[in-house]
Structure formats: C-alpha cells, structure tokens
Design a protein around this ligand. Structure first.
Ligand code: NAG
Ligand code: NAG
Ligand code: NAG
Ligand code: NAG
Ligand code: NAG
Ligand code: NAG
Ligand code: NAG
Ligand code: NAG
Ligand code: NAG
Ligand code: NAG
Length: 278
C-alpha cells in the first residue's frame, strides 16, 4: 500500500511537471467566410465593429465589415483572450467562455477546430472537457450549443465556425461572426435546414460541413458569473495553459497508464503470492 501511494505520488508529481508546458499565445485566428452576395439577416450592412446581433441572452456578435478584412486586433473579454476581432473563431471562443466558462486553444483557421481541438478547458480551475464530434451525415440530430465546423471551400479559404444556438424540427439556428456583414433579424444570424436521409442527418447548407462538436460537460459547466470574473481578475488569467490537450494529454495519459500498469501488476502479484505464504 505504501509503495503504491509512493508510486502514485511520484506519478502525479512527474506528470504535473511534464504537463505544465506553456502553449505560446498565438494570436492568429485567421478565418474567413464568403458569399457577401447572398443576403441574410435584415439585409442592412453593418460596418466593421458594429454589433450585428445578440444570441443566447448575452453573447453579442460584431461585424467584420467584409470577409477579406483581417484586423490583426486581439479581443479580450474580462482580460481573457478570445481571438481576433471580429473573426468567426473569436465568436465561437467567446460564446463558450460566456455560456460555459470554457475556452479552447489557438487555431490558425476555423476549419482546424475539427482536426486540432479535442478539449475545451475551464478558464478558472482548468478543468477539461472532451469534445464529441458528429460528422455531417451522422445518426444523431444536430446538437444544440455545439460548434458547426465548415470545410475549406473555394471562397472559404479558412473554413468557418458557427455556434448552434437552437435546434428546431427541420432546421438549426446559428450565431456567428464574419459569415456576412448584415444585422441579424432576431437572436440568431441564420436558420439552416437539415434533412434526415436514410437515418442520417445532413445539414443542407451551400458550403460543405465537417460536422458539429459538442462539449461533453454532463451539465458541469456554468455560464460566466461574477464570482468567476472576480477569480479571473485576481488570478490575472489572460489565456489558460492547455495542460490536457493534444500530445500533452497523450503523454500524461501514457505515463499514468504505465504507472497504473505497474501498480496493478505489483498488486496482482502480491495477491497471487499471498496464498503461498498463508
Ligand atoms: C436592421 O437592423 C439595424 C440594427 O438593428 C437597424 O438599424 C436597421 O434599420 C435595420 N434595417 C432594416 C431594413 O430593418
Ligand atoms: C431567442 O429568442 C426566443 C424567443 O424569445 C427564445 O425562445 C430563444 O431561446 C432565444 N434563443 C437564443 C439562442 O437566444
Ligand atoms: C473591408 O473592410 C475594411 C474595413 O472596414 C475596408 O478598409 C476595406 O476597404 C473593405 N474591403 C472591401 C473589399 O470592401
Ligand atoms: C493584418 O496582417 C496581415 C498579414 O500580416 C496583413 O496582410 C493585413 O494587411 C493586416 N491588416 C491590417 C488591418 O493591418
Ligand atoms: C438550446 O439552448 C438554449 C440555451 O443556450 C436554450 O435556450 C434553447 O431552448 C435550447 N434549444 C433546444 C431545442 O433545446
Ligand atoms: C440506407 O442505409 C442502409 C444501412 O445503413 C444501407 O444498407 C442502404 O443501402 C442505405 N440506402 C440508401 C438508399 O442509401
Ligand atoms: C437542399 O437545399 C437545396 C436548396 O434549397 C434543395 O434544392 C435540395 O433539395 C435540398 N436537399 C435536400 C436533401 O433536401
Ligand atoms: C443535463 O440537464 C438537462 C436539463 O437540465 C437534462 O435533460 C439532461 O439529461 C442533463 N444531462 C446530463 C448528462 O446529466
Ligand atoms: C458561478 O460559476 C461557478 C463555476 O464557474 C459555480 O461553481 C458557481 O456556483 C457559480 N455561482 C453562482 C452564484 O451561480
Ligand atoms: C497580468 O498579466 C499580464 C500578461 O499576461 C502582465 O503583463 C501583467 O503585468 C500582469 N498583471 C499583474 C498585476 O500581475
């Protein structure tokens, strides 16, 4: 028992050392959209920086003016980095921060969320939640409060990300930035139909979609509240270290697995040996 504890103590010390790597703060959330010709919302042009609408009670979206504009301006919300003004990734990250208190690591393009982001992390406390990816054409209906990820398209050089903010019987409603530059009509930017074909759900958009990504939080996340904001200010958090993401996760996991394996075999052999001593 004593040696098991020692090993476990060693394991947690070792992994906390190895896991505490600091991700460089890459402020390059290049994303884009397309099709300013197709009109959505109330069909009135919103200039760069104008609030185009508000979804999910308190998550405003701002216009990027046009999809070719790259502001190179970082946005911070209560001091926490949310992405480049006013790109689609910035909205997705800020939505998760405000509605679930979580954020995700930097990506170069919106489409990379599908391949590179496997967890979101609570800004305060650092708790990680895995993401569930449902490909377009999956057997599961599009999930509310998930991220809709677009593939690269001819006029979508970085793909696109929207947040699914409501799921109706035959359509989803999404909130987003930089899909177009129009004011919204209501508390969502677009309503996109989906179809059930032979048991599979397909989102019928004019751009190719990877699928939707939902946070497996088992109702354990909370919208950003004043006590969390106070902690962020006290701890001066601008962007968390993504301690349990990507390779680091696998590395830590393999260290744990290895040590658990040793503990297990150690425990097992002593159990097997015990009757011989009796
Ligand atoms: C669209 O919405 C904006 C902001 O609410 C408003 O100023 C504008 O008048 C609206 N345009 C139309 C055509 O309703
Ligand atoms: C939008 O407003 C409707 C009606 O007030 C409400 O039922 C719905 O939950 C809101 N959705 C979002 C995403 O804010
Ligand atoms: C896009 O918007 C930016 C900022 O508002 C502006 O400087 C630029 O001229 C616009 N480009 C096009 C092609 O409309
Ligand atoms: C932002 O950076 C890109 C690439 O460096 C550059 O092409 C673009 O002009 C910059 N935008 C502004 C508004 O300075
Ligand atoms: C989707 O989630 C929002 C809260 O983010 C909620 O108001 C809305 O009722 C949900 N829609 C469905 C269909 O569950
Ligand atoms: C429907 O799905 C079943 C099994 O998933 C498959 O065998 C069948 O060929 C499909 N039919 C069509 C029309 O795609
Ligand atoms: C998808 O939408 C297009 C255009 O609205 C329509 O022509 C097509 O039939 C739809 N596809 C399905 C499978 O419903
Ligand atoms: C989360 O909460 C909703 C409603 O409050 C409930 O329907 C759902 O089953 C809960 N999910 C889990 C995994 O506990
Ligand atoms: C604020 O959010 C935290 C989690 O981020 C939660 O533990 C706490 O209960 C919330 N406080 C209130 C007053 O809702
Ligand atoms: C807060 O963090 C920023 C950079 O992340 C740093 O420049 C600043 O000095 C810190 N402030 C305090 C009070 O620690």
């Amino acid at each position: 028992m004593k040696s098991t504890l020692t090993i476990l103590l060693f394991a947690s010390l070792y992994s906390s050392l190895k896991c505490n790597n600091v991700n460089p703060l890459i402020k390059l959330d290049l994303t884009s959209n397309s099709l300013n010709t197709k009109l959505f919302g109330n069909e009135t042009y919103a200039p760069y920086g104008a609030m185009s609408g508000i979804a999910s009670i308190n998550v405003p979206a701002y216009s990027n003016g046009n999809d070719t504009y790259i502001s190179n301006q970082s946005n911070y919300f209560y001091g926490v980095y949310t992405g480049m003004k006013w790109q689609c990734v910035e909205y997705a990250r800020r939505w998760l921060f405000v509605r679930k208190g979580c954020t995700f690591d930097s990506v170069v393009a919106a489409t990379d969320i599908w391949t590179q982001i496997s967890i979101v992390q609570q800004v305060v406390g650092g708790k990680c939640f895995t993401l569930k990816k449902q490909s377009d054409g999956s057997k599961t209906r599009p999930t509310n409060e998930s991220l809709l990820i677009y593939k690269l398209g001819t006029d979508m050089p970085y793909g696109h990300v929207s947040v699914i903010v409501d799921v109706l019987p035959n359509s989803i409603r999404v909130a987003e930035q930089n899909y177009d530059a129009n004011y919204w009509l209501g508390n969502y930017s677009r309503e996109i139909p989906y179809v059930l074909l032979n048991g599979s759900y397909y989102i019928n958009d004019s751009y190719p979609i990877y699928g939707w990504i939902s946070v497996e939080d088992n109702n354990q996340t909370y919208p950003l509240n004043q006590s969390t904001i106070d902690k962020i200010t006290r701890q001066n958090i601008s962007f968390p270290d993504f301690v349990c993401s990507k390779g680091v996760l696998h590395y830590c996991f393999s260290v744990y697995c290895y040590l658990l394996f040793i503990c297990f075999t150690f425990g097992l052999s002593s159990m097997i040996l015990r009757p011989n001593h009796a």
